[in-house]
Design a protein around this ligand. Structure first.
Ligand code: KMH
Ligand code: ZN
Length: 310
């Protein structure tokens, strides 16, 4: 089996600061976590920006530029900038940072869907919230439609092509793989594909072995196994590690991080480094080596850190 590409998703736009004090949200906090995860063995770092004052998800390209510049000073990890953004951002807002920074990878979300974390709000009473924006944001996801229409996806595909940014496709459901096949037939995207199967979002497939296998079988059938590589994101605990163990065994790749899950063991809060280290331990038991960033660049055929615009 090829070496394991291990992605660390440090902060995202779904986890809120009240859930864990380990969630980084300042420029330096996100960059330091990225560098520490890269030193611990993460191959790729998935980037979202947040308002440094209060941790609210932000699409400000200047914040993203500062974060990725600082990370590049401290390590050679592959940087993947989100275009998924967060609640309340338009598709145009979401594309700006990737189009400007031209990283090696940027996410490309493969369809519109419900995307909710509103049940998290039930765990807290009003005095618990660290920042005023959080309860409304979390409860607001009940009516959030994560918008990625075919029109939006056409813009994403063309902008990424023009900016020389390789898409990391995010597929939350089987239908998203059919959407990818449609984009291929329409000439908007082409193989080889790098795909994250995102399992466990409220609104998409679950993080179960059956659903992971369904995603893989569907992708094999639609795209051809030789035309794509896959990684898995299991949202929540213990799903993050269940999915990681399966991917390690099946020849896929793994993403972990506080964006997707905040626990390293049952009821034990994690740091981003704890999550990377746990996957490293699981991979070591299965004798699956972790790829260095340069090895992963070879595997995925990326343009290299010297070709980014930050
Ligand atoms: N928040 C994850 C479940 C993106 O940033 O474009 C999916 C994600 C998508 O990371
Ligand atoms: Zn993300």
């Amino acid at each position: 089996m090829e070496k394991l590409i291990l992605t660390s998703a440090l902060t995202g736009a779904i986890t809120v600061p009240t859930q864990t004090t380990s969630l980084p949200f300042t420029i330096e906090g996100i960059a330091q976590d990225a560098i520490a995860c890269a030193r611990a063995g993460a191959t790729s770092i998935h980037i979202h920006a947040r308002d440094p004052e209060n941790g609210r998800p932000s699409s400000d390209p200047e914040l993203v530029r500062k974060i990725v510049t600082r990370i590049k000073e401290g390590c050679d990890a592959i940087i993947c900038i989100t275009t998924g953004g967060g609640m309340g951002m338009t598709p145009q807002d979401r594309l700006r940072a990737a189009a400007s920074c031209q990283p090696e990878l940027a996410t490309f979300n493969l369809g519109s869907m419900n995307f909710s974390m509103h049940p998290v709000a039930r765990r807290y009473v009003p005095e618990d919230w660290l920042f005023g924006w959080e309860p409304e944001y979390v409860e607001g996801t009940k009516d959030f439609i994560f918008r990625n229409t075919f029109g939006d996806m056409e813009v994403f595909a063309n902008t990424m092509k023009e900016s020389n940014v390789r898409p990391e496709f995010e597929a939350y459901d089987v239908g998203h793989l059919y959407n990818l096949k449609f984009l291929e037939k329409d000439g908007l995207v082409g193989p080889p594909y790098w795909i994250q199967f995102v399992l466990g979002v409220l609104g998409g497939l679950a993080a179960t072995p059956e659903d992971l296998i369904t995603m893989k079988q569907t992708a094999d059938r639609l795209l051809g196994p030789e035309n794509y590589r896959w990684s898995v994101i299991g949202v929540g605990y213990p799903m993050e590690f269940n999915m990681a163990a399966m991917a390690i065994m099946m020849g896929g790749h793994v993403r972990v991080g506080l964006e997707d899950n905040i626990f390293v063991r049952r009821k034990v809060l994690a740091t981003n480094v704890d999550l990377v280290e746990k996957v490293k331990r699981i991979a070591a038991e299965f004798e699956r080596e972790i790829a260095t960033p340069d090895e992963a660049r070879q595997i995925l055929g990326l343009k290299g850190l010297e070709a980014v615009n930050f």
